[in-house]
Design a protein around this ligand. Structure first.
Ligand SMILES: [Zn+2]
Ligand SMILES: [Zn+2]
Length: 457
């Protein structure tokens, strides 16, 4: 294993990394409220000689932790927010809520934090030995729909590093090659006039009708938009629950996705015109409030090749009898495809990077990728077939195998970073590939006057 002496630092700090992961899982915090997580991570890194900068972009739970100085400068990311509405006992193969708990780590950000802390400590051991270079852990709040990294990117926090090496929990071990979609999320609110639905319907103007007509309009729009684009909606306010009232207010949230920021903007404008049309048809008034926006992900072949090499070089965790027995039980609760049924329950090898195919999701790491050459590693923390954001993934985020694969993630991130620091030509090539794909530079998709949620009154 290349750079074994540094990468094995992960084993020396395994106990602390696992303690972070378990503590974050046990006490799940939601977007922009990750105070205990940030306290625990920054305390450990401060003890190891990292310099902590808090309140990045004015966000109380965004931070950077840097060791060393100057170039080469590598960034690593940590996420730590959980999900509301997922309550599940850890390392439990059946559906079982935690009494009195409503939140959970269904996306594995507890592992993300622990693994990334281990990674930066391993990279630190390399910097100490070489006497040059720096590593920064970007502490990124609110990945779950809160656009934390977009505000951090807008504040210019990624400009001082040469590359960002990131990862995310998954069911397989593979460098991410697929791009992500840009998105815009907005709330359309309609105001009408309340009236007795039976006694004086002619005096009422229904905001709920406006939402319904808007949804019908968007349904017809779907036939006439790009195949890779997507439009989703959720009612945030239906006015009320009484059918004998003309609903005077209603709000529908729209999440609009397209291949890049320009395309998503165009699609948003069409959706906006449909909302105006719905207001016109129902004699109501419409206001549109911005919620969040993400860019599309830029991928860098040289970084992918380097990460792929590092991932293949580091031994994967071997499932124990206990892991396999757990996997067999929890897989019984999932709908597995025929292909998944034919696979071993835990991924046993690193897959070669797949040709990039369109992906329907979005990530705020995309905005990082518009600021600095970025690569993401997918790590097989969960058994094959596990849906993200599910009770099954939440249960597994506290399982022994997930922790061992989290430590593998730490090693793979460190192995990638050290390869890049050793060979300036790789970073130069990555920069070239980055510049070729971002000729106009980064335009933050969130308007300048929209503050991060914790700073809004
Ligand atoms: Zn998630
Ligand atoms: Zn996630």
């Amino acid at each position: 294993m290349l750079f074994e002496q540094y990468i094995n630092t992960v084993d020396q700090v395994a106990e602390q990394a696992c303690a972070i992961s378990d503590a974050l899982w046990d006490h799940t915090e939601l977007a922009y409220e990750e105070f205990a997580a940030v306290e625990m991570i920054t305390k450990l890194l401060e003890e190891h000689g990292f310099t902590i900068t808090r309140n990045i972009a004015g966000i109380p739970t965004a931070f950077t932790a840097t060791y060393g100085s100057g170039k080469p400068a590598i960034g690593v990311q940590a996420e730590y927010d959980g999900l509301d509405g997922i309550s599940q006992e850890g390392f439990c193969p059946e559906r079982k809520e935690r009494p009195g708990v409503t939140k959970g780590h269904g996306c594995g950000h507890n592992l993300f934090a622990g693994g990334s802390v281990a990674a930066v400590l391993a990279i630190q051991s390399y910097i100490k030995e070489k006497g040059q270079g720096s590593v920064t852990l970007f502490g990124c709040p609110a990945e779950e729909g809160g656009a934390g990294k977009v505000y951090m990117a807008r504040a210019g926090v990624y400009h001082d590093v040469d590359a960002v090496v990131s990862w995310h929990p998954e069911k397989m071990y593979m460098v991410r090659t697929r791009p992500s979609l840009a998105n815009i999320c907005v709330n359309f609110s309609f105001e009408g006039i309340a009236a007795h639905a039976g006694g004086a319907p002619h005096k009422g103007r229904s905001a709920l009708d406006a939402c319904e007509l808007m949804n019908v309009g968007v349904q017809f729009l779907r036939e006439h938009m790009d195949l890779t684009s997507r439009v989703h909606y959720a009612f945030l306010d239906v006015g009320g629950t009484a059918p004998n009232l003309v609903q005077p207010h209603a709000t529908v949230q729209y999440l609009i996705r397209a291949v890049d920021s320009e395309s998503v903007r165009e699609l948003y404008e069409r959706v906006h015109r449909i909302a105006q049309g719905a207001a016109l048809m129902t004699d109501t008034t419409m206001t549109c409030d911005f919620h969040s926006a993400y860019s599309n992900l830029i991928t860098i072949p040289t970084l992918q090749a380097t990460a792929n090499e590092a991932m293949h070089d580091i031994p994967l965790p071997v499932p124990t009898e206990e892991d396999l027995a757990f996997a067999a039980e929890i897989q019984k609760t999932m709908k597995l495809t025929a292909a998944e049924k034919a696979m071993p329950p835990y991924a046993l090898k690193v897959l070669d990077p797949a040709p990039p195919v369109a992906h329907g999701g979005s990530t705020d790491t995309a905005d990082v990728s518009w600021n600095v050459p970025t690569v993401q590693l997918h790590i097989g923390n969960w058994v094959v077939g596990t849906p993200g954001h599910s009770w099954q993934s939440c249960s597994q985020c506290r399982a022994p195998y997930a922790k061992r694969s989290m430590l593998y993630a730490g090693k793979a991130v460190a192995g990638t970073a050290i390869r890049l620091m050793e060979d300036p030509a790789l970073l130069a090539q990555a920069r070239k590939e980055f510049e070729a794909q971002t000729p106009g530079g980064y335009i933050c998709p969130i308007p300048d006057d929209v503050l991060p949620p914790p700073l809004r009154k």
